[in-house]
Design a protein around this ligand. Structure first.
Ligand SMILES: *[C@@H]1O[C@H](CO)[C@@H](O)[C@H](O)[C@H]1NC(C)=O
Length: 326
């Protein structure tokens, strides 16, 4: 019995499938054609349906200023300027140079000018590059108001952070629909301990806690878009105590900016989904005790404000073209 079944099985298989295999070549070709036609149809469905996007490449297209904060790292600055000068909607690039005793070298300057010129030649817009020298090396200088800024929007970025141009464009679109809010890629959270009596009411939530809970209340200014008016408010109207705190602790200018914007908008910032690239060596955030210092800033600023202006959010803006199935 057993041997018969074993012997019979291959025959059954063959008789059943051989006709299919003979006709198979034609079938496979037809199948491939159908798949191909489907793909072609999908690729052209927008034009078949008449879904044309109105593009307004022209002078009335709104732009933003890239504000690069740098710390004597000419190679990073070169890469940064080269990258952002190629992104669309960039009006100009301003470099915050905080060490006026050591101005940028001629070599660096000509390299920067060359990459901006090269990018401008390829687009209809001439990108300007300006280096703003500041007397002292102070974290508050990155938010010094800039003269003759032609745009309302600023993209504040550290010299070692590269955001792909399409991701940056998405964030700018988000900012256009919420001009008073901070829009960024690096979310952080203030966690509350509840009890009012505790000396430390808040702890700083880093990447892990944001990732786990999907909750954030700040986006860091090392990589964020915001309105230019906040530079003036930060420098001239925010309580001086906060600027002094930032100066003496050499930390938390980004938390101070988050407090300021939240207190004015009474709204959370907006986190935009996107991969960003940190090209430099690990910065201040990898130092031990970083989170403790950041928590201290949260509590100090909340005391100065007399309340906690930060508002948690769970919103994440994504490019719908990459998320259409869901
Ligand atoms: C926060 O906003 C309130 C109300 O708009 C304002 O009165 C107050 O001065 C602001 N606080 C700080 C520290 O800027």
């Amino acid at each position: 019995m057993v041997t018969n079944m074993m012997r019979g099985a291959p025959y059954r298989w063959r008789y059943r499938y051989i006709p299919w295999l003979f006709g198979g070549r034609v079938r496979i070709m037809m199948g491939l054609c159908a798949v191909l036609a489907f793909i072609v149809l999908l690729a052209h469905i927008s034009s078949i349906m008449g879904w044309h996007r109105h593009t307004h490449e022209g002078n009335n297209q709104e732009r933003f200023t890239v504000l690069v904060n740098t710390w004597r790292r000419p190679d990073l600055l070169k890469k940064s300027v080269q990258h952002y000068s190629r992104c669309s909607n960039v009006d100009s690039i301003r470099v915050v140079w905080s060490e006026s005793r050591e101005p940028p070298s001629d070599h660096l300057l000509s390299a920067l000018q060359a990459s901006v010129k090269k990018a401008s030649a390829k687009s209809s817009h001439v990108i300007e590059l300006k280096i703003d020298m500041h007397q002292e090396d102070n974290l508050n200088t990155r938010f010094q108001p800039l003269n003759d800024l032609p745009t309302e929007a600023i993209f504040s970025v550290d010299d070692d952070v590269l955001v792909p141009c399409d991701t940056l464009k998405l964030a700018f679109t988000v900012w256009l629909s919420a001009r008073d809010n901070m829009v960024g890629f690096v979310p952080r959270m203030h966690w509350s301990h509840g009890e009012e009596s505790a000396l430390q009411k808040y702890t700083y939530g880093g990447w892990w806690s944001v990732w786990w809970t999907g909750t954030y209340s700040m986006v860091l200014s090392k990589c964020a878009l915001f309105h230019m008016k906040y530079l003036d408010i930060y420098t001239n109207h925010m309580p001086a105590q906060i600027r002094d705190y930032v100066t003496s602790k050499r930390n938390c200018e980004d938390i101070a900016m988050s407090f300021l914007v939240a207190n004015i908008t009474r709204a959370p910032p907006i986190w935009v989904k996107g991969k960003i690239f940190e090209i430099g060596s690990s910065g201040i955030s990898s130092l031990s005790g970083h989170s403790k210092h950041r928590s201290a800033c949260l509590n100090a600023f909340a005391d100065i404000y007399g309340h906690m202006p930060l508002i948690p959010s769970n919103l994440k803006a994504v490019d719908a073209r990459t998320a259409w199935i869901w």
